[in-house]
Design a protein around this ligand. Structure first.
Ligand code: 1GP
Length: 254
């Protein structure tokens, strides 16, 4: 039973906006700073923790997740770079198919390796069409995945790709310019993809100001994901979540 995913889908139908804080275990300096960030997330109504990254070189995935879990019930969603980054303490996993690329390992290979473990676990599996969008600079994810991102201004390709993902039965679309991207996914592309699909739309990569987060939500993102900018300036978390709460109150009277 996909309880948390169904909740997300149901609340999205009301136009509700969500905020996901991305935590890359490699970039957590120490437990105290993680604790501070988690406390801020609790106080500021963060909707999800996304935990993961393209490359995890430290062995801190599991301790990072258990530290978050012991402090809060905010759902922890794994955002894995490959099948090794699975930690069964998480609430859910983004089961990512890299549908913008043509690398069979990231379309089905990694899934075959992880399927038996996931089937046995209690973790929710969220089938996600993951689309890399060119953000102007080479990010880790485009290098590590060995795929070409969709060009920044080719909204028509993004639309067709997202529709194909939805028709294949995927339940979420995640358009990502990559962590630390120079340019976030364009408003035009977000709006075009949003109009074309009925499943929730997640947008991330290079969102480093409140203005950019708001523009992603207003263009049609259901979930905005921010990692890098908050690692550098944790105060941004307060401003971005305030903007989300205000948007939810003003636009949708929730
Ligand atoms: C990356 O979408 C996420 O996969 C978040 O990106 O770190 O640039 O916020 P940032």
């Amino acid at each position: 039973e996909k309880k948390k995913l169904n909740q997300l889908i149901a609340r999205k139908e009301n136009g509700r906006k969500f905020f996901a804080l991305l935590i890359d275990p490699d970039k957590v300096h120490d437990r105290a700073s993680l604790q501070r960030l988690v406390n801020m997330a609790i106080e500021n109504e963060v909707d999800f923790f996304f935990v993961g990254g393209s490359l995890i070189v430290s062995d801190s995935l599991s301790s990072c997740i258990s530290d978050i879990k012991s402090a809060t019930d905010i759902p922890i969603i794994l955002f894995p770079g490959n099948n090794q980054y699975i930690d069964l303490q998480s609430d859910a996993i983004l089961y990512l198919s890299l549908i913008s690329g043509r690398n069979p390992d990231l379309l089905i290979g990694q899934h075959v390796l992880s399927a038996p473990i996931l089937k046995r676990s209690k973790m929710e599996v969220w089938p996600t069409g993951y689309m890399l969008i060119d953000g102007g600079n080479k990010t880790s994810v485009s290098y590590m995945s060995n795929t070409n991102p969709i060009p920044h201004d080719k909204s028509d390709i993004a639309v067709s790709t997202a529709i194909a993902g939805e028709l294949l039965g995927l339940q979420l679309i995640y358009m990502d310019a990559g962590s630390g991207a120079d340019k976030m996914v364009s408003e035009k592309m977000i709006a075009s993809v949003k109009r074309a699909i009925d499943i929730p739309l997640i947008i991330g990569g290079g969102i480093d100001s409140v203005g950019k987060a708001k523009s992603a939500w207003k263009s049609g993102a259901d979930v905005v994901v921010v990692g890098n900018a908050i690692e550098q300036n944790p105060q941004l978390l307060i401003e971005m979540t305030e903007a989300k709460i205000l948007l939810n109150q003003q636009l949708y009277r929730i």
